[in-house]
Design a binder for this molecule. Structure first.
Ligand code: IPM
Ligand code: MN
Length: 351
């Protein structure tokens, strides 16, 4: 029996989570696993009603689940940062979900903005470190509100944190068995402390324990260029938190858009949280027009993580079949040729 916590969250989160859960149910029926869900109402509405972002008891309660399925966090009527830091980042940190796994995969029949690039060119995985860097929260103000104001935001990096992300990424490169190649992405020509720690960890770990995996390095700015020009060069990428945040939005675009981009906040030894990475898309809220494919992709990743590999595979095949059956006009909100719930029904029927 798998116990899954569900946090639909803000904006269009609940709409896409509903479709993800439909597909989860179809996968359970098709492959015969058992699960139960518990839904939590954390998000902007609850915060405005009660003043509470995330009760302390919630984190411990969530620790007891096998996985968490999250819709989206971010509400137009709540100041930026309160919900993002108070819910999403707090859960990532306190549950020590030190990997943010973001596959960039262009499925057949999904429009790609890159000229002359197809599914054979765009299929790589970004392993984003998820608990350190500029997200670590170190820093502060001096003389705030005066002309002499000083602010700092420390790029917190530990050898331990870099190394565990690097090992995870090497393992994936080995498991994928595709190009057997791992790119470290950084900015080691300028950020000569932090990226030197990453660089040495990358090379030492690689040489000692992963001699079968080819090591490559790219600066983050150049990486953005290659994502557009030669995405086929990438197999697995490991990257620190902030750069990983930025390049995975670009990655989402070349795989067809936010409507299809899924990710997992992973603690390989604990409880992991899966989400469509596109955010709460407030302007589409309640219209039943947002693409649920990313949320369905998050369910697929969740299933793989809890050991239901067969079910995960069926969900992915159902997504591919649905995208190929001619009825889906686009994976962009409002232009899908069908509603959010119809797309969920379609994928569920094909599992
Ligand atoms: C993401 C988001 C978050 C991040 C925000 C909402 C805090 O952009 O998951 O990529 O920066 O990690
Ligand atoms: Mn982001």
């Amino acid at each position: 029996m798998h116990r899954i916590a569900v946090i639909p969250g803000d904006g269009t989160g609940p709409e896409v989570v509903r479709e993800g859960l439909k597909v989860l149910e179809a996968a359970a029926q098709a492959t015969g696993f058992c699960y139960e869900t518990t839904t939590y109402d954390f998000g902007g509405e609850r915060y405005m009603r009660t003043g509470e972002v995330l009760p302390d008891s919630a984190v411990d309660e969530l620790r007891g689940f096998d996985a968490i399925f999250l819709g989206a966090i971010g509400h137009p009527d709540v100041a930026p940062g309160i919900l993002e830091k108070g819910i999403l980042l707090r859960l990532r940190f306190e549950l020590d979900q030190y990997i943010n796994l973001r596959p960039v995969k262009l499925y057949p029949n999904v429009d790609c903005p890159l000229k002359d690039k197809g599914p054979e060119d765009i299929d790589f995985v970004v392993v984003r470190e998820n608990t350190e860097g500029l997200y670590g929260g170190m820093g502060g103000f001096q003389y705030k509100g005066t002309p002499q104001e000083v602010s700092t935001q420390v790029h917190l990096t530990t050898r331990f944190g870099a190394e565990r992300a690097i090992r995870y990424a090497f393992d994936i490169a080995r498991k994928r068995n595709k190009m057997k190649q791992l790119h470290l992405v950084g900015k080691r020509n300028v950020l000569t402390f932090v990226h030197d720690t990453w660089w040495r960890a990358f090379n030492e770990v690689g040489a000692a324990d992963y001699p079968d995996i080819k090591r490559e390095y790219a600066h983050v700015d150049a990486t953005c260029m290659w994502f557009v020009k030669n995405p086929e060069w990438f197999d697995v990428i490991v990257v620190e938190n902030m750069f990983g945040d930025i390049i995975t939005d670009l990655g989402a675009m070349i795989q067809g858009g936010m409507g299809v981009a899924a990710g997992g906040n992973i603690n390989p030894e604990g409880v992991s949280m899966f989400e469509p990475i596109g955010g709460s898309a407030p302007k589409y809220t309640g219209q039943n027009v947002i693409c649920p494919m990313a949320a369905i992709g998050a369910v697929q990743m969740l299933l793989a993580e809890i050991g239901e590999e067969k079910a995960a595979e069926r969900v992915e095949q159902a997504m591919v079949k649905a995208l190929g059956n001619g009825r889906i006009k686009s994976v962009n909100a409002g232009r899908m040729g069908m509603s959010t719930s119809e797309m969920g029904d379609l994928v569920a029927s094909l599992v």
